[in-house]
Design a protein around this ligand. Structure first.
Ligand SMILES: [Zn+2]
Length: 98
């Protein structure tokens, strides 16, 4: 499997969630959308990455059959394995958003 840096990750939005003190990072890879939750806005740590697909599709990264959101709000096994690298990636490439 390709590393995070070889994927064409597109950052869509970063929301600060004061409810649980963390960030919600929405991004897409080749048109497939994901939602990454992190805890702690000062020193973010990764919590989970879920699919957020507009229509039923097979995730190109974990191979799972995913239903449209919100029903298909399931964890992505690929990003779950690479959460730390993913967070580091966004913190480095989009410093201004955090
Ligand atoms: Zn997936």
């Amino acid at each position: 499997m390709e590393s995070i840096h070889e994927l064409h990750l597109e950052l869509i939005d970063v929301f600060k969630n004061d409810g649980f003190n963390g960030y919600e990072i929405v991004f897409s890879v080749q048109g497939q959308r994901f939602c990454f939750l992190t805890g702690n806005t000062k020193h973010p740590f990764p919590l989970n990455v879920k699919h957020q697909f507009a229509e039923k599709d097979i995730c190109r990264l974990c191979g799972k059959n995913i239903y449209a959101a919100p029903i298909g709000h399931q964890l992505c096994a690929y990003f779950q394995r690479n959460m730390r690298e993913l967070l580091q990636y966004f913190l480095t490439t989009h410093k201004d958003r955090f």
